[in-house]
Design a protein around this ligand. Structure first.
Ligand SMILES: NC(=O)c1ccc[n+]([C@@H]2O[C@H](COP(=O)([O-])OP(=O)(O)OC[C@H]3O[C@@H](n4cnc5c(N)ncnc54)[C@H](O)[C@@H]3O)[C@@H](O)[C@H]2O)c1
Length: 126
């Protein structure tokens, strides 16, 4: 018996947390999975990994290249999922960009006039 009999939708599924989340759904028995990302090559790889995670069972994967910052693309994706699966039961919105510590420090440095300022801003960020 699966924990997830419905339809799962995951954005940012071409890598990292989104890919791991999609694979977890497949491993736990979810057999209808919609994945989106702006990285098409990564999405193709994730689709293969989902097939593997489903072992010998049939899994239906709807995959679409989407920039989640573009409303029309997001709406097109949701419409596509609705057309294919008729519903969405679980959603993980993982698309995003991890700001590196180095770039955070650049921002902190740019705004701080003293070391004390730098520390204060640093602790506000974290
Ligand atoms: N990894 C961590 O420790 C951590 C911690 C806290 C928060 N986060 C946040 O979680 C999110 C995912 O992190 P991750 O480590 O999986 O990163 P990741 O870079 O491995 O994966 C992010 C995915 O999102 C996709 N993406 C980025 N912008 C997009 C857009 N506009 N449209 C569609 N797809 C887009 C990328 O192509 C990529 O496949 C990020 O927003 C990150 O800031 C990560």
């Amino acid at each position: 018996m699966t924990l997830y009999p419905g339809v799962a939708l995951i954005t940012g599924a071409a890598s990292g947390i989104g890919r791991a989340t999609a694979i977890s759904f497949a491993r736990e028995g979810c057999r209808k999975i919609a994945i989106a990302d702006q990285n098409e090559t990564g999405l193709e790889e994730t689709s293969k990994l989902l097939q593997e995670a489903a072992s010998n069972e049939t899994i239906d994967v709807f995959s679409k290249k989407v920039n989640v910052a573009v409303e029309d693309e997001v709406n097109g994706f949701i419409d596509g999922v609705a057309d294919k699966f008729g519903r969405i039961d679980y959603c993980a919105n993982c698309a995003g960009t991890l700001l590196s510590l180095a770039s955070i420090f650049k921002v902190v440095r740019g705004k701080a006039e003293t070391v004390a300022d730098q520390e204060r801003i640093y602790w506000q960020v974290f």
